[in-house]
Design a protein around this ligand. Structure first.
Ligand code: SAH
Length: 389
């Protein structure tokens, strides 16, 4: 089989478990395979490191999938997918969760989300994309799925020479719009048109935890998307809830979701959170619990200072809006901002707002988004529940 020999200085990271082999890690490639084909990864003197997939056009020409000399065929995918399912079936498989998460499940380039009996798949590397139908076949067999949707409308695919696409791989496209229970609330999701694969599955547990703190409180949910925190706040006994998102479509979906849950005490508004928080401050409004769950303000390390200014700004405004004893549930989904940095930003904002914070709870990634510490890119979601004292 084709083989790639690694440079001595690159061995440590890769032997520790990181699956990415950059061009600069490679000493030489012998008998290079076709793009998308299998390749053996070796130490500089020829020792075995792993079996991977090759794409000469990528910045990361090799991704390692196995470290035990197995063929990367349909049986391999079945074994890995079953392992991923076992990991999440503790004690039982959630009706909605991320079933396969790329590097964190040792299947770099493959993402699979479950929405009841429907699956949404992303194949983000050339090799995974070439094996899309084979993998869909395994998924259908393992999960007995009625619908498998492909959400390959992801910009990162361009780095692999792939185009953007979405569609139905199995089943009837009409079933892509569906009602589903996520946590304690019902949602209408659209697996073909929604953001990400239809929902933010990584926040379901946090919706429930924060919702449980909302009894008797006036709540403001910023960056609500389809109302995850707002609906759980209302169901958790909040007196009034206001929720903001810049997307009109998202707010329309929120209104339908409120109806679906028989909830009537939420005021939805399509607005820019930065401006809206200022307007509320000017109007001298106050809330007892504010949720901040913005999109990632940076996808690159280069933009970090700018992103941190953005995070600080929303914290400053949110903290000023809180009543004495009020709670701030704040989340950050940027891989480039680690938990310590994020906490420091909140603290910095609290200093400027002349508020002292008590840390009530720390949030991290749920079990269906596992972290592999030797693959730092698998760690991204962090959050805190602060109380102003
Ligand atoms: N809180 C949601 C997920 C939020 S995702 C949940 O738990 O499911 C981030 C959301 O922020 C997106 O819906 C996006 O439309 C919205 N958004 C992005 N920039 C914004 C801004 N400046 N003001 C308001 N909403 C914004």
């Amino acid at each position: 089989m084709a083989g790639a020999f690694l440079k001595e200085q690159s061995l440590g990271r890769i032997l520790a478990g990181h699956p990415w082999v950059y061009s600069s890690d490679v000493l030489k490639v012998e008998k290079a395979p076709e793009d998308g084909g299998e390749i053996l990864v070796r130490t500089p003197d020829g020792g075995y490191v792993g079996n991977g997939f090759y794409n000469s056009k990528s910045r990361i020409p090799i991704r390692i999938l196995s470290r035990s000399k197995e063929k990367l065929d349909a049986d391999f995918f079945r074994r890995r997918i079953l392992e991923a399912r076992t990991l999440r079936a503790d004690p039982e498989l959630p009706n909605a969760c991320r079933l396969v998460w790329s590097e964190a499940d040792f299947l770099p380039g493959l993402v699979v989300d479950r929405y009841d009996d429907a699956l949404v798949m992303q194949t983000l590397t050339l090799a995974m994309d070439q094996r899309k139908d084979e993998i869909a076949g395994v998924l259908r067999e393992v999960f007995n799925s009625e619908l498998i949707v492909e959400r390959n409308d992801v910009t990162s695919r361009q780095f692999e020479g792939l185009t953007s696409r979405k569609g139905v791989l199995l089943g009837d496209a009409k079933m892509a719009k569906r009602a589903i229970t996520l946590g304690r609330a019902k949602f209408e999701v659209d697996l073909l048109e929604g953001q990400k694969t239809g929902s933010y599955l990584d926040q379901i547990g946090h919706h429930m935890m924060v919702g449980a703190r909302c009894t008797g409180r006036r709540v403001l949910d910023c960056f609500t998307y389809h109302g995850g925190f707002a609906l759980h706040a209302a169901l958790g006994g909040a007196t009034v809830v206001e929720a903001l998102d810049i997307s009109e479509d998202a707010i329309t979906a929120c209104r339908r979701n409120a109806e679906l849950n028989g909830v009537t005490n939420i005021k939805w508004k399509a607005a820019n959170v930065f401006d809206e928080l200022n307007a509320r401050l000017r109007a001298k409004e106050s809330f007892d619990l504010v949720v901040l769950d913005p999109p990632s303000f940076t996808k690159s390390r280069a933009k970090l200072p700018e992103a941190l200014r953005g995070y600080k700004e929303i914290h400053l405004r949110a903290l000023k809006l809180l009543s004495p004893g009020g709670l701030l549930a704040t989340f950050c989904c940027s891989h480039h901002v680690d938990a310590e940095t994020f906490r420091a930003v909140a603290l910095d904002a609290a200093f400027d707002a002349r508020k002292i914070l008590r840390l009530r709870q720390t949030f991290s990634q749920p079990p269906d988004h596992p972290v592999i510490p030797s693959i730092p890119e698998t760690e991204y979601l962090k959050g805190f529940l602060f109380q102003v004292v």
